[in-house]
Design a protein around this ligand. Structure first.
Ligand SMILES: [Fe+2]
Ligand SMILES: [Fe+2]
Length: 286
């Protein structure tokens, strides 16, 4: 199967998770400068199951506001359009992809634990470096590997090829994909993010998180997610391990600068945040 055939197949999968209508509508509305707070709040409130989860998220430490926000319109006033959009996208994507039947080698809880860890680390780096908005960095980290779930569910042959080759040749999953397959999870994830009409900065952060490109729409966002992914992969099992700096793109290392040198000082603090973020996001993930 070549790249074109794979992407074409992706276009024709009937049960491919879609972003709930409200997330799509919210994305569209934010491209329109005339959207009012009232209209945005009314759109979100159409999905009553979603409202309490959004309020819980915007009242949590992850989106940086710890006072009582009691309604969607209040959230939009206090936090702004983009932050509320990021909350809607984050919750929608976790919902859409939890409980999907995937391969036995693929543990969906491990997958989301990694994603939440990259989200929290991305947010921390964004706050410290001021390179990008913390909540969008959180959302980008949360969805960066979404292409893996699509592979594990819909392209199991490709997923298995990469999985087996990674184990046998001691490669990362991404390097094994490049060796064995015509397409990587980053490419598939980027394609899906675009199809969902997510903002171009998020699309490129997913698409290029393993292969930093200066031409990405929001290069700073991309570099944050790229580094956060490497930090999490190196330090989750052993917080005192050395970071493999050879896999970090030099532009990204430059941009994040001193935070990388002192990562062992701050990562334990982020690990605590990761644990509470996991409790928050993973309730209901099977
Ligand atoms: Fe990845
Ligand atoms: Fe990752």
């Amino acid at each position: 199967m070549d790249l074109k055939t794979i992407l074409k197949r992706l276009d024709h999968i009937d049960d491919l998770p879609t972003l709930p209508t409200i997330a799509m509508e919210v994305n569209k509305m934010l491209q329109d400068y005339d959207t009012s707070i009232k209209k945005l709040a009314q759109t979100i409130e159409k999905d009553q199951a979603m409202v309490p989860r959004i309020l819980k998220l915007v009242n949590s430490a992850f989106f940086g506001f710890q006072s009582k926000i009691s309604s969607i319109s209040h959230a939009v006033v206090i936090l702004g359009f983009n932050t509320v959009r990021n909350a809607v996208v984050s919750i929608s994507i976790i919902n859409a992809f939890s409980g999907k039947d995937v391969l036995e080698d693929f543990d969906i809880t491990d997958f989301w634990t990694h994603s939440v860890a990259v989200a929290a680390t991305s947010k921390y780096l964004a706050e410290k470096t001021r390179l990008h908005s913390p909540d969008e960095s959180f959302t980008a980290g949360l969805i960066h590997d979404i292409g893996k779930v699509v592979l594990a569910h819909y392209f199991q042959g490709l997923f298995k090829n990469a999985w087996v080759s990674a184990r046998e040749n001691n490669l990362s999953f991404y390097d094994a994909e490049k060796k064995e397959n015509p397409v990587t999870h980053a490419r598939i994830g980027g394609y899906l993010a675009k199809k969902w009409q997510l903002p171009p900065g998020l699309v490129d952060a997913v698409r290029y998180h393993h292969s930093v490109s200066k031409n990405a729409y929001e290069p700073n966002l991309l570099m944050i997610v790229h580094i956060a992914d490497i930090i999490v992969n190196c330090l989750t099992l052993n917080p005192e391990a050395e970071i493999d700096t050879s896999s970090i793109h030099p532009d990204a290392a430059n941009a994040v600068g001193s935070q990388l040198d002192i990562v062992s000082d701050w990562f334990p603090e982020v690990l605590e945040e990761i644990q509470s973020a996991c409790q928050f996001f993973l309730e209901g993930v099977e």
